[in-house]
Design a binder for this molecule. Structure first.
Ligand SMILES: Nc1nc2c(ncn2[C@@H]2O[C@H](COP(=O)(O)OP(=O)(O)OP(=O)(O)O)[C@@H](O)[C@H]2O)c(=O)[nH]1
Ligand SMILES: C[S@@+](CC[C@H](N)C(=O)[O-])C[C@H]1O[C@@H](n2cnc3c(N)ncnc32)[C@H](O)[C@@H]1O
Ligand code: SF4
Ligand code: SF4
Length: 322
C-alpha cells in the first residue's frame, strides 16, 4: 500500500501521454504560440508501462490516461491493452476532449478501457469555438455518442466560466441527465497559462444556478474521486469538483506521471522528480525509491483554497494532465 507523508492512501495514478493538444482552451493553454517539448524527450509506452506496473504492484488501483490530448498519441490502444493485460480489474479510464473519439472509441474499448471522461463546456457551436479556439462541437458530440454506444461509461467534465457558458449549466446538466452521463462541473483553477480574462464560477455559484430549476442534496463523498456529488429528486447525480474548498485535499489519493517521466505530487505545485533514467535503465528499485520520496513529500493541500487567498498556480494543466 502507498501512503503519503500525511497518512493518505495513494491508489490513483494519472498518466499524461502527451502535452500536445488539438484545442487551445482558454482556461488551460496560453494565448501566444509556444513550442512543444520534442517528441524524443517523451517516455516510450514501454517505459511508461514499467512505471505503471510498479505502481500497481505497490497498490495503485486506478489508472487514468490523460494529456494534453491523449488521443493525439499514436498507439494508445496498444498501451491500454498492456495495462489491461497486466491487471484487468484496474479501474482503467481516459480523460479526453472527445474530438478524435469517433474514430477510436471502439478500438479503445476492445483494448480494455472501461470509462471515459469527456470535456464538454457548452452546447453552442460558437461558444465552443470561442473556448477551444477551433470549431469543435459537432465532433465532440459525435465522440461522446460513439463512446457511449461502444459501451464505455461516460462522464462529462465542464468548467463553468463567467460570461461564457454560465447561462448553459442547466442545459448541460439536462443533456447529460437525458443520456445517462454523470456531469461534473469543475471550479476553474487559476493558473499562469490560462487566458488572463478567464474567470470561473465557484461551487456555490454553480449550485445556485442548478437550484433555479432543481432541488438536490449532497451525497456522501466517495473517497476515490475528487467530485462532491449531489442527488436530484429523481435520483440523477451530478458532481462539482471544488478545489477551492478548504478540505478538498484531505482525502487526496492521486499522483501524476507526465509524458516526460516527471512524477508530480500535486496538481498545484511545480515540484516533481523524474523517473525517466530509472525506467530507461530498468532500475525498478530506483523507480520505487523515487515514488516513495515523492509520496513522502506530497503537499498537504493546494493554495487555491479559500484560506489561501485564492493563489495562482504556475503548473500547466496541459502538461500535468489535469
Ligand atoms: N485540484 C485538483 N483537481 C483535480 C484533481 N483531480 C482531478 N481534478 C480536476 O478534475 C478534472 C477532471 O478530472 P478527470 O480527469 O475527469 O478525473 P477524475 O475526476 O479523477 O475522474 P473520476 O475517476 O471519474 O472521478 C481534472 O482535470 C482537474 O481539473 C486533484 O487531485 N486536484
Ligand atoms: C488538462 S485536460 C486533459 C485531457 C483532455 N485534453 C481534456 O480536455 O479532457 C483535463 C481536464 O482538465 C480540465 N482543466 C484544464 N484547465 C483547467 C483549469 N484551469 N481549471 C479547471 N479545470 C481545468 C479540463 O476541463 C479537462 O476536463
Ligand atoms: S483542457 Fe484539454 S482540450 Fe483543452 S487545451 Fe487543455 S489539454 Fe487541450
Ligand atoms: S490539489 Fe494537490 S493535494 Fe489537493 S487534491 Fe489535488 S493533487 Fe491532491
Amino acid at each position: 500500500m502507498l501512503i503519503d507523508g500525511h497518512n493518505r492512501v495513494v491508489d490513483y495514478l494519472r498518466v499524461s501521454v502527451t502535452e500536445r493538444c488539438n484545442f487551445r482552451c482558454q482556461y488551460c493553454m496560453p494565448e501566444k504560440p509556444f513550442s512543444w517539448v520534442p517528441k524524443e524527450n517523451l517516455l516510450s509506452y514501454e517505459n511508461l508501462f514499467k512505471f505503471i506496473k510498479v505502481s500497481i504492484d505497490e497498490g495503485v488501483k486506478k489508472v487514468r490516461i490523460t494529456g494534453g490530448e491523449p488521443l493525439l498519441r499514436e498507439g494508445l490502444d496498444a498501451f491500454i491493452k498492456m495495462i489491461y493485460d497486466y491487471k484487468n480489474d484496474i479501474d482503467l479510464a481516459l480523460t479526453t476532449n472527445g474530438y478524435l473519439l469517433p474514430k477510436v472509441a471502439q478500438k479503445l474499448k476492445d483494448a480494455g478501457l472501461k470509462r471515459v471522461n469527456i470535456s464538454l463546456d457548452t452546447l453552442k457551436p460558437d461558444v465552443a469555438q470561442k473556448i477551444a479556439q477551433k470549431d469543435v462541437l459537432n465532433k465532440v458530440l459525435e465522440g461522446i455518442e460513439t463512446a457511449s454506444k461502444v459501451g464505455l461509461k461516460v462522464k462529462i467534465n465542464c468548467v463553468p466560466m463567467k460570461g461564457i457558458n454560465d447561462g448553459e449549466l442547466v442545459d448541460i446538466l439536462e443533456f447529460c441527465k437525458d443520456r445517462g452521463y454523470t456531469v461534473r462541473f469543475i471550479e476553474f483553477m487559476e493558473n499562469h497559462h490560462a487566458k488572463d480574462s478567464a474567470k470561473g464560477l465557484n461551487s456555490e455559484e454553480i449550485q445556485k444556478i442548478i437550484a433555479s430549476k432543481y432541488n438536490f442534496k449532497p451525497v456522501k463523498r466517495d473517497g476515490s474521486s475528487p467530485s462532491q456529488n449531489f442527488k436530484l429528486n429523481d435520483g440523477y447525480e451530478f458532481g462539482i469538483i471544488e478545489p477551492h474548498k478548504a478540505d478538498f485535499c484531505s482525502d487526496c489519493n492521486r499522483i501524476r506521471l507526465t509524458a516526460e517521466g516527471f512524477l508530480i505530487p500535486c496538481l498545484y505545485f511545480e515540484d516533481a522528480l523524474s523517473i525517466k533514467k530509472a525506467v530507461e535503465s530498468d532500475d525498478i528499485e530506483k523507480a520505487v525509491e523515487i515514488l516513495k520520496k515523492v509520496l513522502k513529500n506530497k503537499p498537504e493541500k493546494n493554495k487555491w483554497s479559500e484560506d489561501s487567498d485564492g493563489e495562482t498556480s504556475a503548473r500547466a494543466f496541459y502538461k500535468t494532465g489535469g
